[in-house]
Design a protein around this ligand. Structure first.
Ligand SMILES: Nc1nc(=O)c2c([nH]1)NC[C@@H]1CN(c3ccc(C(=O)N[C@@H](CCC(=O)O)C(=O)O)cc3)C=[N+]21
Length: 278
């Protein structure tokens, strides 16, 4: 049975450290989350972020905008927070409604306030090895691997999923730590076989419990980025945990694995954005 990577525990520790730092400041770091519309999952996530930020002692605001908000209105709202010195981090909750061009929106956020790390400048800096802001989920995964002293150099890593938010940046970060990385996706032939070659397997597909034991080499480290609600309304990952855990050397649970680390990194980067303004 593999060791469970306790993302919730490490996130709590990190948030405690951030709280201690914030107590010593003369001004509060500020985080604003822009939420368009009424997507129930997004509302829950945003609420969690607000609670984290308040716990740590940040100035925290949710800017709730109707689903009918135009692209121009959203861009104006972002620009107001770009100019507002009380807010050091701006996060636009994704996904956005169809009528809004996501790329335009991400470009509008000042890279210095882009605590998600999704601005093309931040992506470019990450890829070229000089990161400013790092996408929070990949960043959280790297922190978790480091906490458990999991060796990456010379290891084979397979990332299933090629999103801008998870797959591509985690592949970049693992490569920077000298892993040999393969990015697999829905068109990959013999996916299970490819996955089974991995010492480190990162699963970010978005299909509930798709990865079973046939994808996993004995002793592999398994990172499950999935966040799916099953028929009973229970949160499940992309990995069949009960079947895979006995094979793995380390494995993240869902919930309490990668999710809380994502939020902790968001808070960490908000404090760092604040500190750079001093
Ligand atoms: N601009 C933007 N940035 C994001 O970072 C972003 C986003 N948009 N859109 C949606 C996704 C999703 N996401 C999650 C983060 C943490 C948990 C999390 O903490 N999950 C808990 C459980 C939460 C629950 O019970 O629902 C856990 O895994 O233990 C979940 C989901 C951030 N996202």
């Amino acid at each position: 049975m593999g060791t469970i990577l306790d993302g919730a525990g490490l996130a709590k520790k990190i948030k405690g450290e951030l709280h201690e730092k914030v107590k010593k400041l003369n001004k509060k770091p500020g985080l604003v989350v822009l939420l368009l519309g009424e997507n129930p999952a997004s509302k829950v996530y945003v609420k969690h972020k607000e609670m984290d930020a308040e716990e740590i002692g940040f100035l925290s605001k949710i800017e709730r905008l109707p689903v009918t908000t135009t692209e121009e209105e959203l861009l104006d709202c972002i620009e107001r927070y770009n100019q507002n010195d009380d807010y050091h981090g701006i996060l636009v909750q994704l996904p956005l409604p169809e009528h809004i061009n996501e790329e335009k929106v991400l470009l509008a956020i000042r890279p210095e306030k882009d605590v998600d790390g999704f601005h093309p400048m931040n992506i470019g800096r990450l890829v070229s090895g000089n990161p400013l802001m790092t996408p929070c989920t990949p960043y959280g995964i790297m922190e978790l691997l480091e906490e458990y002293k999991i060796e990456l150099s010379g290891k084979t890593a397979v990332v299933i999923g090629r999103s801008n938010i998870v797959g591509k940046p985690i592949a970049t970060l693992l490569t920077a730590k000298n892993a040999t990385v393969t990015i697999a996706h829905s068109k990959t032939k013999n996916l299970a076989e490819v996955a089974k070659s991995a010492d480190i397997l990162v699963v970010a597909i978005g299909v509930a419990e798709m990865v079973d034991k046939s994808f996993v080499k004995k002793g592999a480290v398994v990172i499950d980025v999935g966040m799916n609600r099953n028929a009973e309304g229970k949160l499940v990952g992309d990995v069949k945990f009960d079947e895979v855990a006995p094979l793995a050397s380390f494995i993240t649970p869902v919930p309490r694995g990668v999710g809380p680390m994502t939020r902790a990194m968001l808070m960490k980067q908000t404090l760092e954005a604040f500190e750079r303004t001093l």
